[in-house]
Design a protein around this ligand. Structure first.
Ligand code: COA
Length: 207
């Protein structure tokens, strides 16, 4: 993981200030003005498309990423630098999209989905020095068009989840998932093909 920015401390300070405001009621109006000026945890460098819906903008952590038109983002989601999220996606609450991740159009990311970008993570180098960005390389992970990732799934670095594929809840995906496949389990294995599920809406006209 990289470029992790801690906004929770800012929220903590905000809460203290709010409580102080309640205590010193007469100063509440000026305190509110002050709070309005504090930057919320969507950094200025985030590129938001048209009509992106972020349900609680004060309870997400977005920086250096790009979000496509009409995409919805739930509460407690973190999206790191250089992540690209396509159009009309749904990113459910508590999910973590780290640097190196690309989510294509109309993909669904369930609750608490964890992406990863370091296959052998370490806090320090062999000599005990803290790792820096130069000791680390981004590994790219892609979720293709209209694919869905079930809640609490973990996606290992470098994986491509094929278009319209479905990853089951709680799966640990360690290798590529082919288009239309349904995978589940730890490690994730193919358990079906979404084109043969009568209740699913699958577009098969695209190649
Ligand atoms: C993966 C999934 C799509 C499979 O649905 P399905 O095709 O109807 O599969 P079935 O229920 O017929 O199960 C088929 C087999 O896979 C197993 N299985 C299903 N889902 C599983 C999962 N998430 N993890 C592990 N095994 C799973 C079943 O136990 C069954 O095993 P068996 O053949 O040995 O009895 C579904 O179970 C799932 O996890 N959906 C994601 C839900 C979710 O996270 N939604 C997020 C928004 S709330």
């Amino acid at each position: 993981m990289r470029k992790h920015q801690i906004n929770s401390s800012k929220l903590f300070i905000l809460n203290i200030l709010k409580n102080l405001g309640l205590f010193f009621n007469s100063n509440l109006i000026s305190l509110n003005k002050f709070l309005m000026q504090i930057k919320m945890p969507i950094n200025d460098d985030v590129v938001l498309g048209n009509n992106v819906k972020i349900f609680h903008p004060d309870l997400v952590n977005l920086y250096g990423c790009k979000i496509g038109d009409d995409t919805k983002i739930g509460t407690f989601v973190e999206i790191q630098a250089n992540v690209i999220v396509g159009q009309r996606c749904k990113i459910s609450s508590h999910s973590f999209l780290c640097e190196g991740v690309t989510i294509e159009d109309e993909a669904f990311i369930g609750h608490g989905v964890m992406f990863t970008n370091d296959i052998y993570p370490r806090a320090t180098n062999e000599d005990g020095s803290l790792k820096t960005e130069s000791d680390w390389q981004t590994i790219k992970t892609t979720v293709k068009n209209r694919a869905s990732i079930g809640s609490n799934a973990t996606i290992l670095p470098g994986v491509t989840v094929g278009k319209q594929a479905i990853v089951g809840a709680g799966a640990v995906v360690i290798s590529d998932v082919s288009n239309y496949s349904i995978v589940a389990g730890v490690p994730a294995r193919v358990i079906g093909d979404i084109r043969f599920r009568s209740s699913s809406s699958v577009q098969t006209t695209d190649s």
